[in-house]
Design a protein around this ligand. Structure first.
Ligand SMILES: [Zn+2]
Length: 414
């Protein structure tokens, strides 16, 4: 099966982890542009490609997967627009995560830590502030250029070749982290073999990703964008890493990005936490291993779509805007056509790299959210719904007459 873990582009008809052909199609979001395919004003939008988003379910692994794989050289162009370092909540989460790992695995100034998909180095910066100076960041995109100089960096995808380069800095790693990356790669075999080469025998490999349990609980189908090839349960991660000799030692569910799973693995022998069993039991209790759970999600998405359309049609003469454009917002805009047809523009933080670009595949502009004050919208749709409270608290005092619309997990007007 390991050879199948380097998944080829296009449609696949087997489970990306166990190879089973008994996968069920549970959700179809049609053809959509890539969520990060942001074109500059004035450039030719005709150049936008649309690719299928078709979600399959493997009962054996408890895994949701995208059945259509887009070439990662197309997905991770050098101009990637996401930077964690500019979002306060994300930085705070990294602070908390680094401190927890430091205590849990008794890391000290001799420890070596690598972060795969390090982006601007935000997580490794937190390790440095805790006294861990030997850090290596790996990322294929240009965002790595924003990482501070004291972090050793390699601009590349994770694989054996990349690991060999990384070993030259400080030798093998005590800790390797990868946050919100492991669901993205279509070269799983190369990635995990790279990690295996780079990690000490009793080192710890920490994977954090969006979690199937939270996706279902909060109906966050907007996380099924092309980059997210898999939506993991804990069981699926254990199944996958087992092929490479990694054993699970600990696991957590967290609130990050609307709900993440963090799983800790090692090649050596370490004590196993009892949290693992708890989460596995919970996955069965929540019926994540049952197809009906995903059919229900599909129906609920239809219901929310109707509510949004009705509300916006009724308010079509009002000034309507949307707030924030995380990658997942593209899925919402394309699935909920009411939003696509009615918003004047999307507001983003003044420091965002996404400003002055079009929402992928549309004429909708992404502009600085500073404009809200002058524009005085009647209605603001919160696309970054997982940050609804933060956004609401910030903007309500400035826009007292504006109605704020939450679309997930439930349609609500504030
Ligand atoms: Zn499977």
């Amino acid at each position: 099966m390991i050879s199948k873990h380097n998944i080829k582009d296009g449609f696949i008809n087997y489970c990306q982890i166990c190879g089973s052909k008994k996968i069920k199609n549970v959700l179809d979001l049609g053809h959509q542009p890539l969520a990060d395919d942001l074109k500059n004003f004035g450039s030719n939008k005709l150049g936008t490609n649309f690719y299928p988003i078709s979600i399959g379910f493997c009962k054996k692994c408890i895994l949701l997967q995208n059945n259509y794989i887009v070439d990662d050289r197309i997905l991770y162009t050098k101009n990637y627009h996401y930077r964690p370092g500019i979002t306060k909540d994300v930085v705070n989460n990294f602070k908390e995560m680094s401190l927890k790992l430091l205590k849990l695995y008794k890391l000290n100034s001799n420890s070596v830590v690598a972060d795969i998909g390090c982006n601007d180095g935000s997580l490794l910066k937190e390790f440095k502030s805790l006294g861990i100076l030997k850090t290596v960041g790996i990322d294929p995109t240009n965002t790595i250029k924003y990482a501070p100089r004291y972090i050793k960096t390699i601009q590349d995808f994770m694989n054996l070749k990349c690991s060999k380069k990384a070993l030259n800095f400080y030798g093998k790693m005590d800790l390797i982290t990868t946050t919100n990356v492991f669901a993205h790669t279509n070269k799983l075999k190369d990635f995990i073999l790279g990690v295996k080469k780079l990690i000490k025998k009793d080192g710890v490999f920490v994977i954090e990703n969006h979690y199937l349990g939270a996706i279902i609980k909060k109906k966050q189908f907007d996380s099924f964008y092309h980059e997210h090839l898999r939506t993991y349960s804990l069981k699926s991660l254990i199944n996958l890493l087992k092929y490479y000799g990694f054993k699970i030692i600990d696991a957590y569910t967290t609130d990050r990005y609307g709900g993440n799973i963090q799983a800790h693995f090692t090649l050596g022998n370490r004590k196993k936490s009892n949290k693992i069993k708890k989460i596995l039991i919970h996955e069965k209790k929540e019926k994540l291993d049952k197809e009906i759970t995903y059919k229900k999600l599909n129906n609920e998405i239809g219901d929310i779509d109707l509510k949004i359309s009705k509300f916006l049609d009724k308010n079509k003469n009002k000034k309507i805007v949307a707030k924030a454009f995380p990658a997942r917002a593209s899925i919402l805009i394309h699935r909920f056509s009411g939003i696509k047809n009615h918003i004047a523009f999307v507001g983003e933080q003044p420091t965002s790299l996404k400003l002055n670009k079009f929402v992928p595949g549309t004429n909708i502009q992404i502009l600085s959210s500073k404009r809200f004050k002058k524009y005085k919208p009647d209605i603001m749709i919160i696309l970054a719904w997982h940050l609804f409270d933060t956004i609401y608290k910030k903007w309500k005092p400035k826009l007292k007459k504006t109605k704020f619309v939450q679309i997930l997990p439930n349609f609500k007007i504030y």
